[in-house]
Design a protein around this ligand. Structure first.
Ligand code: NAD
Ligand code: UGA
Length: 480
């Protein structure tokens, strides 16, 4: 019987291992983490992450062939395959700060594997890492291995949050990179056999190690680039009277381009796009490719521009000041169907509005007040590092309230900003909302979820990303 251990019980480690356990009942899977509260939550009724379908999968396997534990060393020692799915955040200090990946967590996991292992193992990079990381990991493992054989594989994860279970059940592809040696090929085959339990053979791609590592960074860069491209068009649409939804529909009909990932928005968020592109930029710079680095950096700059543009639009439309005006924020998570707020565009938008002295009232169906206050108190890039960098008691931001209802958030407000595309925001009673707001009442739709015409008929002044502007907004100063 093959035994698997996964180091890191986060958004990737938890769901991925739960699906492996479900699909491979004869394999024993242990998910381990140094965070006691996280493991306790995995072993409770209230899982540490919100992900549609996850509860059901975990319930079917937990205690059968799926175990969550803080006994990291024992499970690593007993495993044949060790996945490493720890966080790989952006460095906050030292060489490469603000760009390079911080591999502290990965390195300490590798050293621990070397220390506790008594038998040969396949070590799988599940985390997203810089290309050539496997070489460094091999060095750590082989220098400390006491003669034990370790094969390193790169098996990056492509799931998206909110659809993780669906993505894992039916992946577009599974990518496995290994050394081009007989031992490397054998290790690739072992991992391939695990996925072959449910993934069709033609969807399992085997490559060399460096291609697998780089493909993950490339995939995220390409996806984010599409969003920045459509967001760049959204600015031009607003300036010309074109409608970005019509433009992206027309462009996406070209089968060479395709229709997915062309929704204009207030900007992309999430724990990975920015971090992985910054990492790619850094790798290009280190390899003497400044033009390539510059090219990819633009994807981030355009995303920052889109968030700033949104804040400027809000302020400019409301007579160039939001000081002491109540602004309702609907949605704080970085996308719908997740409670995850890592790098959510809502952080930058809220900070921008708070900077202009707005009074914010925030509602998100899945995000707690504590999380929102932490996010708004934290420095850039600190969120993915251990607790000591994060504020334990977030400074009380007086201009902020967090409520559990969209109507409460919008009561007496001057404006509503929609920052996450939660389905429930499409079907709110906007007439009721309008009746309880200050006038003129504004809606700034950062996700294009509302029917702007319907809202205009109610009496709202509506701004939708990349759509022809309301007469009111046209008369206001241009925003940059
Ligand atoms: P996460 O922060 O949710 O989980 C990482 C976990 O690793 C944490 O619980 C942390 O306590 C644990 N950990 C850190 N060092 C450890 C150690 N030495 N021993 C044991 N546990 C340790 O992160 P995540 O979102 O699951 O991402 C993990 C990796 O997967 C990252 O490299 C990320 O880029 C990549 N990735 C993430 C997603 C996503 O949707 N979140 C998708 C694809 C790839
Ligand atoms: C993304 C990738 O889609 C996954 O394939 C990858 O595995 C993952 O990053 C990762 O490496 O972490 P995720 O960040 O969970 O997944 O979510 P996405 O669906 O990609 O959304 C990212 C951001 O882009 C969200 O803020 C979303 O609202 C925004 N977005 C997405 C748009 O603004 N427009 C779109 O058309 C699509």
């Amino acid at each position: 019987m093959v035994k698997i251990c996964c180091i890191g019980a986060g958004y990737v480690g938890g769901p991925t291992m739960a699906v492996i356990a479900l699909k491979c009942p004869e394999i024993e899977v242990a998910v381990v983490d140094i965070s006691v509260p996280r493991i306790n939550a995995w072993n409770s009724e209230q899982l540490p992450i919100y992900e549609p379908g996850l509860d059901d999968v975990v319930k079917q396997c937990r205690g059968r062939n799926l175990f969550f534990s803080t006994d990291v060393e024992r499970h690593v020692c007993e495993a044949d395959i060790v996945f490493v799915s720890v966080n790989t955040p952006t460095k906050t200090r030292g060489l490469g700060a603000g760009k390079a990946a911080d591999l502290t967590y990965w390195e300490s996991a590798a050293r621990m594997i070397a220390d506790v292992s008594k038998s040969s193992k396949i070590v799988v990079e599940k985390s997203t890492v810089p290309v050539k990381t496997a070489e460094a990991i091999e060095k750590i493992l082989s220098h400390n291995s006491k003669g034990i054989n370790f094969q390193i594989l790169s098996n990056p994860e492509f799931l998206a949050e909110g659809t993780a279970i669906e993505d894992l059940f039916k992946p577009d592809r599974v990518l496995i990179g290994g050394r081009e040696t007989p031992e490397g090929a054998k290790a690739v085959k072992t991992l391939k056999d695990v996925y072959a339990h449910w993934v069709p053979e033609d969807r399992i791609i085997c490559t060399n190690l460096w291609s697998a590592e780089l493909s993950k960074l490339a995939a995220n860069a390409f996806l984010a680039q599409r969003i920045s491209s459509v967001n760049a068009m959204s600015a031009l649409c607003e300036a010309t009277g074109a409608d970005v939804t019509e433009v992206s529909h027309a462009v996406g009909k070209d089968t060479r381009i395709g229709s997915k990932f062309l929704n204009a928005s207030v900007g992309f968020g999430g724990s990975c796009f920015q971090k992985d592109i910054l990492n790619l930029v850094y790798i290009c710079e280190c390899n003497g490719l400044p033009e390539v680095a510059h090219y990819w950096k633009q994807v981030i700059l355009m995303n920052d521009y889109q968030k700033t543009r949104f804040v400027n639009r809000v302020v400019a439309s409301m007579f160039n000041t939001v000081a002491n005006k109540k602004v309702a924020i609907l949605g704080f998570a970085f996308k719908k169907d997740t409670g995850d707020t890592r790098e959510t565009p809502a952080i930058d938008v809220c900070k921008g509005l708070l900077g202009d002295k707005a009074q914010l009232s925030i509602y998100d169906p899945q995000v707690s007040e504590d999380q929102i206050r932490k996010d708004l108190s934290m420095n850039k890039f600190d969120w993915d590092h251990p607790a000591h960098l994060q504020p334990s008691s977030p400074t009380a931001i007086k201009q902020l309230s967090v409520v559990w209802d969209a109507y409460e958030a919008t009561k007496d407000a001057h404006a509503v900003c929609i920052l996450t595309e939660w389905d429930e925001f499409r079907n709110l009673d906007y007439q009721k909302m309008f009746d309880n707001m200050q006038k003129p009442a504004f809606v700034f739709d950062g996700r294009n979820v509302v029917d702007a015409e319907k809202l205009r008929n109610i009496g709202f002044i509506v701004y939708s990303i990349g759509k022809p502007l309301d007469a009111w907004l046209k008369d206001m100063p241009a925003v940059a």
